[in-house]
Design a protein around this ligand. Sequence first.
Ligand code: PLP
Length: 383
Amino acid sequence: MQRCNMKNIVDFIQNTFKTKEFVPLHEPRFIGNEKKYLNDCIDSTFVSSVGKYVDTFEKEFALRVGSKYAIATVNGTAALHVSLLLVDVKKDDEVITQPLTFIATCNAISYLGAKPVFVDVDIDTMGLSPDSLKRFLEKNCEIKNSTCINKISGKVIKACVPMHTFGHPCRIDEIKEICDKWNISLVEDAAESLGSYYKNRHTGTFGKVGAFSFNGNKIITSGGGGVIVTDDEAIAKRAKHITTTAKIPHPYEYVHDEVGYNYRLPNINAALLVAQLEQLDGFLASKRELALRYKEFFSKSEIVFAEEPKESKSNYWLQAILLSDKNQRDEFLEFTNKNGVMTRPIWRLMNELEMFKDCQRDNLKNAKYLEQRVVNIPSSVIL
Ligand SMILES: *Cc1c(COP(=O)(O)O)cnc(C)c1O
């Protein structure tokens, strides 16, 4: 790519964000009731493990995404860890996921002593490919006593964790159908996709359990935070039980009936989150508007702007573009980061990391293609 083209891109982004200074990739916005609720929370003295903001948040969140239950957690990784535990993932089980994801997905699988198995993504969604999933299962697996067994490793494939990359929904209904057929529990990593819908249904609500994150870089934030959603009452009860201390209700005695995780979201973080959730519609509108501007701008260039997939409504959390090859990508990253515009490559494939290099995988053709080309560009809500 010519330098002058890259200079144009930097100018366009700085103009869009109305600055000649550094443009970060993604900044949080606290422009609603954040300070009011935080003050109220501090005045009440209930800043910690119980309080009305946790309850309010859980109710509002469940309503917002259309799930029966929502259980707040201390972060998204904890939400994923417990989600996998809730569908009975155990030591030496296997969990199918995509190689193109944030490390937290694979960390959560590892906390349970299970191993990820990597199946390719689709180019247009950047999320797990139902066709590749089906092919993988038909080639390598069989059902024995209602359990999916990997014939190569002899291990049980207990769960499948697709991820909605940058907020773009993957083909989750097809993935669900395949998982149902193979008796594999579907757990959605919806950490990036609050506000994203597939066929008019909110992402994270297709699986048995779904996990979201409210880390500082996500579409709404509580500093750190997460949530588990489910429609299953028994799972929801157990989620609350083990994300606290697994205490049996009693007026004063301490009796605990299993190992708990203390993954509770403090009330003070929940106060921030209730205020952020009130602003989600505005944030979504701003991001969609930004996506349109980027789309129009890049339509005049050789760079491809990543649009929401068919039959989906994306939250456009992190805007992404595809460069024509790795050299061009590297040049682009070098130039933009040197010239005041923060850009980042998509993640290294999980199977290339030391901890997961021996995990089973299919050819990962699309994941490799995307890994070399995808770059995130500034995506903050514009005030
Ligand atoms: C952010 C994120 C998480 C979890 O995030 P926390 O930082 O633990 O809240 C998990 N998976 C994906 C894909 C993410 O982007």
